[in-house]
Each structure stands twice: as structure tokens, then as C-alpha cells.
Ligand binder design. Structure first.
Ligand code: HEM
Length: 413
């Protein structure tokens, strides 16, 4: 077994975070071991194969596996994860996904821009006044929670409740992978809390059926009325969307700051022209891909090229490594924000391509624009900070930052 494969296995077996060195590790993996096989499990890193499997009908996304305890204590939660759109059979997935596609259209998202800018301004007010912040907990975590609430149309008074429950759902999901004593394990949602959340969402949908609105819950309520999805499917979709845009965006924003801290020229370019924020963000999440892996389960015995997959095999798609494949990206470890913006698999590819990619980019752009002349820089080297233990999110767990002084306060400018 080659050294890089041994290292990969150590990470998986011991939940060792990839930390600051994640790009170096993934670049080495894709160069030296683009296909790794262990018994019934594959780790695929090569760009060409990752993207091919992302569109191959024989590699569907599978429902997460829960422990017996979760089955016993929270069966509705297990049922929910076994029936979300992403793990449904292909035709069902296409039907449900098409309901959501309209809700994420450019026109609808453009209507959210001002409200996202307002959220950003609110969150930044106090940290900017202090000149410092803990970026993850004060900005990168509450920002996507608030944006998700705006997108869906959750009343402001209920936002904390919804975010707390969504965090509990993610903790329940992670509970199978992290030990209870781990600081990231959090408190898993209980069966009663989950039932309460479902009732709450069903109530919101009922209200939107009575009083239509332009938000995403209103869109789903209309789709339900039109017979495009059932009442349970509408609730499940809202629950899925409560979760999908939280940790992902938090990790993406934190990773962008880490990348910027290593690229003083880019930070200067951004300060001069905040309009380039979308390209800076795209290149930052190619280099430090926030969602490192996707997972699939082989539907039936099949071959792709010379590889023979068996029904039930687990296939890990290493997006973070595919994004550093030198066969696809020249000098992949270099930050080049003038690269073509196509081909980046930070948001996946093909059948399950991220529905929230444009919203996430808009959120990042809003934040980068708001701080472009006061860019926050880490006040401690990121390599010395604790990084998340979840292998799926190679990102700092905390990131203390200092904001550049405001123009008016800076005698030098
Ligand atoms: C920078 C932030 C984000 C990143 C890096 C990200 C990443 C991804 C990736 C890699 C996938 C595909 C997973 C796979 O193929 O295994 C995915 C799917 C998905 N994402 Fe995102 N995501 C982000 C933000 C969001 C947001 C803001 C939302 C919604 C509010 C969202 C909703 C979804 C949904 C619903 C899917 C599943 C699509 C399907 O099953 O067809 N994501 N995301």
C-alpha cells in the first residue's frame, strides 16, 4: 500500500482532520492514487472519473446509515433521511428536483440580493466597530442561517428556533461518525423536537396555501396545490433546505478567508475592485474545497472502463482532490482567479449538482463587497487553529480575525 493511501486510511479510520494541509494532501492523492479500493469501498479522485460517475445512473446517492439506537429512538428522522429527494430513485429525484429548480432561478435569487446585503450589514456592524471577530461563530455561521430563513420565508421571530433544530438535525446525522464526547458532536435532535419541527413546517406551508407568498415555502405550497408533490414531500424538502445551506456555506466562507490570507495580491485586487469577488470565491473553493467528498452506492454490478464495481459498493467521490487534478487544472495548487470559471466541482457535478450554488456565491459576494476595504485577516496563523474533525468539511473550527482599519481611522490613507 503506497504511503499516500496509508495516510488516506489513517484519516478515515482515526477521523484525523486534513487541516491546513488539505490541498497538499488532496493534490498528492489525485496524482498518486486517483482510484483507491478497499474491499467494498472506493475513493475516486481523478477529475475525469469523478465527473463521469456523477452523471452515471449506476451510481445513485444512498441514504445515510444510522445506528440501531437512532432507529429505535428517532424513527421519523431515519425515515426522513431515507426519503429526501437526493436519495430517491432517479425518476423521483428528477421530479422533485424540478420543483426546486424554479425556486432557485436567477430572477428569484436576484430579488433576494438586497435582503442578503441587509443581513450582512447587520451582522458586520458590531465586529467592524470592534475591529475584530471570531469569524466562524459571528459571521460565517449566522450568515447562511439568516439567508436560508430569508430564502424560505421563515418569520424572523422563528429563525433561532429553526436554526437550533437544523443544527440538531446535523448533529444527529453526524452522531454516527463522531464520538459523543467530541466537541463537534453537538446535541442530536430528539424525536419530540423533530416531530415539533415537522408540525411547525407543515403549519408554515398551510399558511402559504391560504396566503400565497413569493418565498420558497410559498413556491412549495403552490407546487403542492398543483399536485406536483405530496404534503410530506413538501415538508421533507423544507427540512432538507434548512440543513443544506448551513455548514457548506460556513466552510466556504472560512476557507475563502484562509486562502485570501495567503494571497496578499488577491486581497489587494479585491479591495480595489469588489466586483471580482465571485471569481475570487470560485477559485478559493476550488483550492480549498469546503465539501471534500460525495458518496454513492453502486446500484448493480457494472464496469466503467477497466474498473469492476459490485452492487452495494460504497464510492467516495473526492471533490476536493478532483479540483486539484493537474490533468484538468494547470498548476492546480496555484491560486489563479483569472482561470475559466467552468469545471470546478466544489458544488458537485451532474445529477446532484448543488441547487444552492448561485445563492452561496451571492452570499459570499455580498460579504466580500461589504468588507472589501476592511478585509479581515486571521489574527493567528490558521495552521495553529483547531480544524473541524468532520472529514467532509476541511475548514477551521474557529478563525479569529482582525479587520483592516476603516479609511477614516487610518491616517496613512
Ligand atoms: C458554498 C456552499 C455550498 C457548497 C460547497 C455545496 C456543495 C454541494 C455539493 C458538493 C453537492 C453535491 C453532493 C454530491 O453530489 O454528492 C450539493 C448538493 C446540494 N446542495 Fe449544496 N452546497 C453549498 C450551498 C448550498 C445551499 C446554500 C443550498 C440551499 C439553500 C444547497 C442545497 C443543495 C441541495 C438541495 C443539494 C442536493 C441536490 C440534489 O439532490 O439534486 N447547497 N451541494
Amino acid at each position: 500500500m503506497s504511503e499516500i493511501v496509508q495516510r488516506l486510511w489513517r484519516h478515515f479510520a482515526r477521523l484525523e482532520p486534513f487541516g491546513m494541509q488539505a490541498p497538499d494532501f488532496f493534490a498528492e492523492l489525485v496524482e498518486q492514487a486517483p482510484v483507491v479500493r478497499f474491499d467494498g469501498m472506493w475513493v475516486i479522485s481523478g477529475y475525469e472519473l469523478v465527473t463521469r460517475l456523477c452523471t452515471h445512473p449506476g451510481f445513485p446517492m444512498a441514504a445515510p446509515v444510522f445506528t440501531d439506537v437512532v432507529h429505535r429512538d428517532n424513527p421519523q428522522f431515519v425515515r426522513f433521511f431515507g426519503s429526501t429527494m437526493s436519495v430517491r430513485a432517479a425518476e423521483e429525484h428528477t421530479r422533485l428536483r424540478s420543483v426546486l429548480t424554479g425556486a432557485f432561478s436567477g430572477r428569484r435569487l436576484a430579488g433576494l440580493r438586497d435582503r442578503i446585503d441587509d443581513v450582512v450589514a447587520d451582522l458586520l456592524a458590531e465586529p467592524l466597530r470592534r475591529g475584530e471577530a471570531e469569524f466562524v461563530s459571528e459571521l460565517a455561521t449566522p450568515l447562511p442561517a439568516a439567508v436560508t430563513a430569508v430564502l424560505l420565508g421563515v418569520p424572523p421571530a422563528d429563525r433561532d428556533f429553526v436554526t437550533a433544530r437544523a443544527t440538531g438535525m446535523m448533529s444527529q446525522l453526524a452522531a454516527g461518525f463522531l464520538t459523543e464526547s467530541h466537541p463537534e458532536a453537538g446535541t442530536p435532535i430528539t424525536a419530540a423536537e423533530f416531530a415539533e419541527l415537522r408540525d411547525y413546517v407543515a403549519g408554515l406551508l398551510a399558511r402559504r396555501r391560504a396566503e400565497p407568498a413569493e418565498d420558497l415555502i410559498g413556491h412549495l405550497a403552490q407546487a403542492q396545490e398543483a399536485g406536483k408533490l405530496t404534503a410530506d414531500e413538501a415538508v421533507d424538502m423544507v427540512l432538507l433546505l434548512f440543513m443544506t445551506g448551513l455548514d457548506t456555506v460556513t466552510a466556504a466562507l472560512a476557507n475563502t478567508l484562509v486562502v485570501l490570507s495567503e494571497q496578499p495580491d488577491v486581497a489587494a485586487a479585491l479591495a480595489a475592485d469588489p466586483g471580482c469577488g465571485d471569481r475570487v470565491f470560485a477559485e478559493a473553493i476550488r483550492l480549498r474545497t469546503p465539501v471534500a467528498f460525495g458518496s454513492r452506492q453502486v446500484a448493480h454490478d457494472l464496469s466503467v472502463g477497466k474498473l469492476d464495481f459490485k452492487a452495494g459498493d460504497t464510492v467516495i467521490l473526492a471533490f476536493a482532490a478532483a479540483n486539484l487534478d493537474p490533468r484538468k487544472f494547470d498548476a492546480p495548487l496555484e491560486f489563479r482567479w483569472d482561470r475559466p470559471m467552468t469545471g470546478n466541482v466544489a458544488f458537485g457535478h451532474g445529477s446532484y449538482y448543488c441547487l444552492g450554488s448561485a445563492l452561496a456565491a451571492m452570499t459570499a459576494q455580498s460579504l466580500l463587497t461589504a468588507v472589501h476595504d476592511r478585509l479581515p485577516t486571521p489574527s493567528r496563523p490558521p495552521a495553529e487553529l483547531p480544524w473541524r474533525a468532520s472529514l467532509a468539511f476541511p475548514t477551521p473550527r474557529v478563525l479569529p480575525v482582525t479587520f483592516a482599519p476603516a479609511l477614516a481611522d487610518s491616517g496613512a490613507r
